[in-house]
Write a protein that binds this ligand. Structure first.
Ligand code: NAD
Ligand code: UGA
Length: 347
């Protein structure tokens, strides 16, 4: 299996194309390939600048519909990004989260197996489950998964994602690659509550919103949990490394992360406050402070947390010669600048 980036006869379907990762991927495919792009999503707010591009076909469609899945599987390459993937929804919309992250991917995988398409499926670093604060590297093919009890409905997403991986891997005639992102950050991520979304966005977007609004940055349970944040630009480079090596990627799962960008949420808040103050040309005293909040109060019953997530990137380096490059400080400055430009006038 090989696809030249300069072959205009190649078509690729991006499901969830209107999302954070999807919109950056569509941009990169337009700029770096001559392929036709079939963009599928429920809406395309983040792709308004591409709506009339000659090589992009748009379908406002719901992956839960069988006919949409069959149409997507007509493309030889299918990237599935469609999901409900914001933690605050895992407890409130558990049934929908499971359908979105298990039922719909299974339906698409069966369609791809039948059509012979290569399925590149986006899973999550949450498939490593309720990790402890121990500094262990999470390895694709050996690390176990520990989940909380059924009542801790936060794990509905992680469980659905892992079972979807298991189902995909069980299809012997399917060409598949599973990607496990570790906290991608960058422009266009999530939403600004009350402006273009409701609920609690993921932490980076939530802290950007708080800084722009002059509200406190909320540290859940003291902000002691740790994450490894990954630039969306490194993430796109990784996806292209996979597209360039279909044979090495076939029937493999890969972490997409940057272990060098690991820090506590508390340290993230400190870094974001100083970056924001610098961008605005004001002192630290003039911007939002931080405030501790209890997890159950903030997220509601059923919330539990992964205390630490450090991706092993040994497999990506070995098979795909891929190493992430962008330091967290660079990505934070770019992302905060984007939030200021994008929302500054409406706040
Ligand atoms: P996002 O919410 O920005 O994008 C997801 C897109 O999927 C949205 O545009 C949404 O409208 C679309 N979608 C949802 N359900 C759909 C349906 N039934 N039919 C059609 N479209 C549908 O999220 P993202 O950050 O771009 O994440 C994309 C994928 O990567 C998801 O599968 C997510 O679980 C996974 N992931 C992302 C991260 C990250 O850090 N961004 C981390 C781990 C995993
Ligand atoms: C997220 C989501 O589950 C998915 O987008 C994705 O699958 C996963 O990241 C991943 O990267 O694989 P999580 O990292 O827990 O999971 O999501 P965030 O909402 O960004 O929370 C990160 C940490 O910050 C958590 O410990 C959370 O409690 C904390 N947090 C969040 C705060 O301290 N303050 C906030 O305002 C928001």
């Amino acid at each position: 299996m090989h696809f030249s980036f300069n072959d205009p006869s190649v078509s690729i379907a991006i499901v969830g194309a209107g999302g954070f990762i999807g919109s950056h991927l569509v941009d990169a495919l337009i700029e770096r390939t001559t392929w036709r792009i079939f963009a599928v999503d429920l809406d395309f707010d983040r792709l308004q600048h591409r709506l009339h591009h000659s090589r992009v076909d748009f379908l406002c469609g719901d992956l839960k519909n069988e006919e949409v899945a069959l149409r997507i599987a007509d493309c030889p390459i299918v990237v599935n990004l469609a999901a409900i993937c914001v933690p605050s929804r895992y407890m409130l919309e558990t049934k929908e989260v499971i359908e979105s992250n298990y039922n719909h991917p299974v339906s698409l995988a069966l369609a791809c197996e039948k059509s012979g398409s290569w399925l590149i499926h986006f899973s999550t670093s949450e498939v490593y489950g309720r990790t402890s604060s121990e500094p262990c590297l999470l390895q694709e093919d050996t690390s176990p998964m520990t989940l909380g009890p059924i009542g801790a409905s936060r794990w509905s997403y992680a469980c659905a994602k892992q079972l979807a991986e298991r189902y995909i891997a069980s299809l012997e005639n399917l060409s598949w690659t599973v990607l496990r992102p570790f906290n991608f950050i960058g422009p266009r991520m999530d939403f600004m509550p009350g402006i273009d979304g409701e609920g609690i966005p993921r932490v980076l977007a939530n802290f950007c919103a708080a800084l722009l609004r002059g509200e406190p940055l909320l540290l859940v349970d003291g902000g002691h949990s740790r994450r490894s944040f990954t630039s969306i630009h490194d993430a796109i480079h990784f996806i292209f490394a996979v597209l360039a090596h279909p044979d090495k990627s076939n029937r493999e799962a890969f972490n997409i992360g940057n272990p060098d960008n690991e820090l506590s949420i508390e340290a993230l808040a400190t870094l974001m406050r100083s970056t924001y103050a610098s961008l605005r040309g004001v002192s630290l005293e003039g911007i939002s402070s931080v405030q501790n909040v209890d997890a159950k109060t903030y997220y509601g019953a059923g919330y539990e947390d992964s205390l630490r997530r450090i991706p092993s990137i040994e497999k990506s380096q070995r098979l795909l010669d891929y190493t992430p490059k962008e330091p967290l400080e660079i990505t934070l400055k770019e992302t905060l600048s984007w939030f200021i430009d994008h929302y500054g006038s409406v706040l």
